[in-house]
Design a protein around this ligand. Structure first.
Ligand code: CMP
Length: 138
């Protein structure tokens, strides 16, 4: 069993499609073993996305991710990282495959509805950024 981190972004929560996204995650076979809703401060968002701090889109990324509440989750399953990335689709909704979360619910590359970890090291960092051990179902 592998774990990955998932974030349902403000545009999806404010657009009232978080429930549909959660249903798709459940139907995919991935298990939601932790979940909560919160709103990130600018400082927290900059820390979470520190890997992108030199990118041209960094400021816009921080604006978008702090524009409203997010739902953060820990997902578990076989090859959970790759499986969730497949379910999300490409970062740009216009380029994402049919029926993927970003194709269905993303608005643009900047507002692409969901985030998921890209490798085991990132998953471990992102999970511990938001959750302590007591909050994750064993
Ligand atoms: P996410 O998976 O949350 O990781 C970083 C985010 O930066 C990404 O999804 C996009 O929403 C956002 N972003 C904005 N512009 C770009 C870009 N040109 N390339 C990649 N990601 C971008």
């Amino acid at each position: 069993m592998e774990r990955t981190f998932s974030m349902i972004k403000p545009e999806a929560v404010l657009g009232c499609v978080a429930g549909k996204i959660i249903t798709r995650i459940e139907e995919s076979g991935l298990k939601i073993i932790a979940q909560k809703m919160l709103r990130l401060s600018k400082e927290q968002a900059a820390c979470f996305y520190a890997a992108h701090k030199d990118k041209a889109f960094f400021e816009e990324l921080i604006e978008n991710i702090t524009a409203g509440p997010v739902i953060v989750q820990v997902l578990a399953g076989e090859n959970a990282i790759e499986e969730y990335r497949r379910l999300m689709g490409a970062a740009n909704p216009a380029a994402a495959e049919e029926n993927t979360l970003r194709r269905l619910y993303g608005i643009s590359i900047e507002k692409n509805a969901v985030h998921g970890s890209d490798c085991p090291e990132t998953a471990a960092r992102e999970i511990s950024f938001f959750f302590n051990q007591l909050e994750i179902i064993k």
